[in-house]
Design a protein around this ligand. Structure first.
Ligand code: SAH
Ligand code: SF4
Length: 364
């Protein structure tokens, strides 16, 4: 069944016109869907009963059914697994703001959303890549993760990171449709600066996202500062090597409002050696980017090893010595930002996470 969530205001007007209704009905419908977060058409008391019945026969309002919620042992992050109408599963992560976090980028509740079931890019270190690609999420399924998170958390999501399963820029049409509704003031009203798109370096996708023309934040999964190292762990680098990716990022900088973040997983004997830090620093300086170091999170069945804490810190210091803004998250598999690439497999592999079964999304 089609889902109404992905209908923009214009699309609602057109839909209702086709059913013989005036544009003010679209305003009412939009208010029910987004302002009141209605979960059923019966709730929409100011719409004519015949219209409610017709909509209920054609559309759903919640494309996902939450089947499992897991809370980290510290209680700081929660992951949930949702079943879509075709039975496929998708995972999302709720991350409360760190205590004391401030500044323009501050938020209360961040959601890490998935954009695809599996991923076709097959990065050698990533659990989502191991699964292979199944299908794109619809815009409604992307939006549905936000509504489901709000019901679980009991508060509104105000920050989004597209760092869950999948490559968002390989699902461009649905990503842009979802973003339009996420940013729409009459819908989710989350500002572009509170939205981070993470990409493995899909060059045509980056250009299209730049044309979209909104001041979104961009994170780039670099993980290698030379073609030799990067191609070893990211097959996508053969298609769009650094010689194409870096100019595309320079182009992004011309219109982008925020510093790009270069994500760099530290993997022992692959990319965590000090000469690589110097190459990474050159790229970061050229792009005026900050670097986020993520000590590799073990994925069962994959051969990669996390470097020692001393080696990770030495790599970090080498970047700092080159005056590159750098952050490092070193939390033994518990940190959700670091572990987003482990979605699905990590769920069962991580100790300290007790799954709780919930039969269905609770009605508000
Ligand atoms: N496809 C997009 C977004 C999803 S991945 C992308 O690749 O950017 C989100 C982040 O998790 C990426 O930076 C990814 O490289 C990282 N990641 C994947 N596997 C990981 C692992 N085993 N340990 C730590 N980070 C990982
Ligand atoms: Fe796909 Fe990103 Fe994982 Fe690479 S890191 S396989 S692009 S989800």
């Amino acid at each position: 069944m089609d889902c109404l969530l992905e209908y923009s205001r214009d699309a609602l007007v057109e839909l209702l016109a086709g059913m013989g209704h005036k544009p003010f009905r679209a305003t009412q419908l939009q208010e029910w869907v987004w302002k009141h977060r209605a979960t059923s058409f019966e709730q929409m008391s100011n719409l004519p009963p015949a219209l409610r019945a017709e909509l209920a026969g054609r559309f759903c309002l919640r494309p996902l059914e939450v089947v499992e919620v897991s809370e980290s042992s510290t209680g700081s992050t929660r992951k949930f697994l949702s079943r879509m109408q075709d039975g496929h599963l998708v995972e999302s992560v709720i991350i409360p703001a760190a205590v004391g976090q401030g500044g323009a980028h501050s938020s209360r509740l961040t959601l890490c959303v998935s954009s695809q079931v599996g991923c076709a890019f097959g990065c050698r270190f990533c659990a989502s890549g191991l699964l292979g690609f199944t299908r794109n999420l619809t815009a409604s399924e992307i939006l549905g993760q936000i509504l489901a998170a709000e019901q679980i958390a009991g508060e509104r999501v105000d920050n989004l990171v597209f760092m869950g399963m999948g490559e968002p820029l390989a699902n461009m049409d649905n990503l842009l449709a979802a973003l339009t509704i996420i940013m729409d003031q009459q819908s989710l009203n989350i500002g572009a600066r509170h939205i981070t798109i993470s990409t493995s370096g899909n060059v045509p996708g980056l250009r299209r996202l730049a044309e979209f023309g909104r001041p979104l934040r961009l994170a780039v999964s670099l993980h290698g500062a030379s073609d030799e190292v990067r191609s070893q762990v990211m097959p996508v680098n053969r298609k769009w090597p650094l010689g194409e990716l870096i100019p595309a990022l320079r182009e992004w900088n011309r219109t982008g409002k925020h510093m790009i973040t270069l994500e760099y997983i530290l993997i022992q004997d692959v990319n965590a050696m000090l000469p690589e830090a110097r190459k990474l620093a050159r790229i970061a300086r050229e792009l005026n980017a900050k670097v986020n170091l993520i000590p590799y999170n073990t994925v069962d069945g994959l051969p990669w090893v996390r470097p020692s804490e001393a080696d990770c810190k030495a790599f970090c210091r080498a970047l700092m010595a080159e005056k590159v803004p750098v952050t490092m998250r070193y939390e033994k598999g518990h940190d959700i930002n670091a572990a987003c690439g482990q979605l699905r497999l990590r769920r069962t592999a991580q100790p300290g996470v007790a799954p709780t079964r919930v039969p269905k999304i609770m009605e508000k």
